[in-house]
Design a protein around this ligand. Structure first.
Ligand code: SIN
Length: 348
C-alpha cells in the first residue's frame, strides 16, 4: 500500500518516538509492565449467578488493577468441560475456575462432598456460616497440596429434580436414570431412592435428556433454564434436597507469583464479586422458575412439608453411609452450625 508523504511522516515519527521510549526504559532498567492475563473458565451460561459474578469479578479486577490484569471469561464449557477443567488449572492452561465442589472427588479430596449430603441444609444462612467459617477454611486448605488455592465460596441455591416422569415420592425413582456430577454422595443418594445414577459432564446433559440417555437430573433452576433443559423435561419437583456450592479456585503457583499489590487488588475484587453473587443467586433462581412455568413445557410440583419429611427420612441413611469417607466430625460440625442457626431463628 502506498502512503502519501503527509501520512508517512507521522508514522516514521511515531515509530522513532516509541523506539526512543523503549530504549530509554531499557537503559534505565525499567521494563514496561506486562499485562497479566487470567483465563477464567466455567461450565454454565453467562446469565446465571456464577456467570454474572464472573463478569462482575472481571470488571472489578480490571478496574482495581488499572488494566494491569485482563480477565478473559470462557463460559458454557467453551474451553474445558467437567473433568478437563481441573486438570487444565493444575497445569496452568487456565488460571481460574469456579466448579461445583461436588466435582472435587476425582482430585482425591472427598470431604467437599459433605455439601452433597441430602437435606443437610435447610437454608442458605447455614451454608454461608459453614463456608465462611472454620469448616470452609479447612476444606480450602485441602486443595493446596493439589497445586490449587481456594479464593471464595460461591453458591447457586438448592437443587431440584427434573425428569421425563413425575417424581413425587421416593418410590417414583425406581429404575429412573439420573445424571449426576462426579460425587459418590450424589450417586448414593440416587441409589438410595432406587434410581440409576449416571455421571456426565454438564455440557452433555441437554442432549442426553433429549435422546433419552438419561431420564432426568438435579439442578438449581437457573441452570436448568439457561441450558434449556425445561424444553426436554416434562416434570420438575421442587425438592430442595441438596445444595449447589462452588469454590472459586486458582492455580496456586500463578497466584503466589503475582506482584503483592496486584494480588491484594484481586482479593478485594473477589470479595466484592462474592457479595454480589450471594445477593443475586436467590432472585436468579426465582426468576428462572417463573420463566420455566411461563414456557409451559414442564409441570412444576412442590413437595409439601409432610412429603419433604418423607424424602428426608428415606435419604438420611446416606449421611451414615458416608461418615467413614467424609468424616463423622465434619458431618457433625455441620449439624451443629445448622442447630445454631435454627436456635437463633426461633429466638427472633
Ligand atoms: C455448575 O453450576 O457449575 C454446573 C453444575 C453441574 O454440573 O450440574
Amino acid at each position: 500500500m502506498l502512503h502519501s508523504i503527509d501520512s508517512f511522516i507521522p508514522i516514521v515519527m511515531r515509530t522513532l518516538l516509541s523506539s526512543i521510549l523503549v530504549g530509554a526504559m531499557l537503559w534505565s532498567g525499567a521494563a514496561p509492565a506486562q499485562t497479566i492475563t487470567i483465563k477464567f473458565s466455567h461450565v454454565v451460561a453467562p446469565d446465571t449467578p456464577k456467570g454474572k459474578a464472573a463478569e462482575k469479578f472481571k470488571q472489578l479486577a480490571e478496574a482495581a488493577t488499572k488494566g494491569r490484569v485482563k480477565v478473559e471469561l470462557y463460559p458454557n464449557s467453551q474451553l474445558y468441560k467437567d473433568g478437563d477443567e481441573l486438570e487444565a488449572l493444575q497445569r496452568g492452561a487456565v488460571q481460574m475456575l469456579a466448579p461445583s465442589v461436588s466435582k472435587f472427588g476425582p482430585l482425591g479430596v472427598r470431604e467437599f462432598e459433605v455439601f452433597d449430603l441430602p437435606y443437610i441444609f435447610d437454608n442458605t444462612e447455614t451454608v454461608y456460616r459453614v463456608t465462611d467459617g472454620e469448616v470452609g477454611q479447612k476444606l480450602m486448605a485441602k486443595l493446596e497440596p493439589k497445586g490449587i488455592r481456594g479464593l471464595a465460596f460461591w453458591d447457586n441455591g438448592f437443587k431440584e429434580f427434573s425428569c421425563s416422569k413425575p417424581l413425587r415420592k421416593p418410590a417414583d425413582f425406581r429404575g429412573v436414570k439420573l445424571r449426576i456430577q462426579s460425587s459418590k454422595v450424589l450417586a448414593a443418594t440416587v441409589r438410595q431412592l432406587g434410581g440409576v445414577p449416571q455421571v456426565m459432564a454438564f455440557s452433555e446433559v441437554y442432549t442426553a435428556m433429549q435422546q433419552g440417555v438419561v431420564d432426568g437430573a438435579e439442578n438449581p433452576i437457573s441452570n436448568l433454564y439457561t441450558q434449556k433443559m425445561h424444553e426436554v423435561q416434562k416434570h420438575l419437583t421442587i425438592s430442595d434436597h441438596s445444595y449447589l456450592v462452588y469454590a472459586v479456585i486458582v492455580n496456586r503457583k500463578f497466584w503466589d507469583g503475582l506482584p503483592p499489590d496486584v494480588r491484594t487488588a484481586l482479593e478485594g475484587a473477589m470479595k466484592d464479586a462474592t457479595r454480589y453473587e450471594r445477593a443475586i443467586a436467590a432472585k436468579e433462581n426465582a426468576d428462572a422458575l417463573a420463566l420455566v412455568k411461563q414456557a409451559g413445557t414442564t409441570e412444576v410440583y412442590a413437595l409439601d412439608a409432610k412429603q419433604r419429611e418423607e424424602w428426608k427420612q428415606a435419604l438420611l441413611p446416606v449421611h451414615k453411609e458416608f461418615e467413614s469417607v467424609i468424616g463423622r466430625d465434619l458431618i457433625q460440625s455441620i449439624y451443629a452450625v445448622a442447630a445454631q442457626v435454627e436456635q437463633e431463628r426461633r429466638k427472633k
